[in-house]
Write a new protein. Sequence first.
Length: 357
Amino acid sequence: MKQRIQHIEIAKGIAIIAVVLGHSWITLHNKGELFNVLFSVHMPLFFLVSGVFLHNRGSFKAFFINKFDRIMKPYFITLCLVALYTWWFKGASLGNMLIGIFFASGDSIGATGLWYWIALWFLPALFIVSLLSFLINRYIKLEDSSALTKITFLLLLGFFASHDLNAFWNIKASLFSEPIIVYGRHFNMPGLPWCIDLALISSVFYLAGYWFRDLFLSRQFKLIATMGALAIFIAFHLLWNHTVDLNLRFYGSFLPTTIQAFSGIYVVIQLSLLIERITPLSKLLNIIGQNSLYILLFHSVILNTLQNELNWQPLVESIFAVIIAIIVPVIIAVAIKNTIYLKYCYLPFPKRNKPAI
């Protein structure tokens, strides 16, 4: 198991809270400034933090199996169980749901009626960008290059990737000029399978996390740099106010959006270093960060169910739903980790030590 670094876990805790808050009525009822701020940082932060722990060793096959076990196994098990439940108890089309699940994009999941599970698009996207970043590191070999070379490569990659990010999004699919008909309807492309069309833009953050990991793993709090990054983040939101919604294939103008994202990420990580010194808050965010996968998996169904069923004042109802949508998945995570069959379904399989010769 990879070593956990407390301030990174705290940063993940902050990011997953931002994800839950971003999916709540508080943020979505008008998609105002709070939406722009949260979405400009939280997904880029998750891609970057994942890149920090990239190990460019061993074979591609071993890397593929490891990442599939860690990322895609929980995705498929969760959604297949949900699909079976929805088919058995609600009479929905199991075939439709399985097509959406195996296509593995947010819209393909939602289009089959599994709206509360759209957030799981992130897992196939993370899986694919992990594979791509491994290959880039293996064959382009920029790890030992200068910082300027790495930044130039990331900028060129990002400019290219962001240019036609929605090229495969919500377009009517055809083959040899003939429309592709699925279940009697003209098939609209919900992006590429497994969010492949997001791989290049998300690799900008994933590779930055890997190539500049010493910067993000440093335990030294830098006040001046943090204040500067915060000033840049605020200024760019005031001047351009771009945001990111990769599930909808939206990425604002590349340069200001990317500067916003990286400056916001740096502020969150530096803030996490300060929080690390505050024991009660540190422990709470550490627990949330360590269980961010389970919060991602289960928060939306809890959040939306509560917001739909409760008849409270909307703001109070939404705040309560956000809190419960964070607490309950953590409880589910504890149950999974202590139940042998569920543990094998959701946790990576233990590695077998090779016998000594």
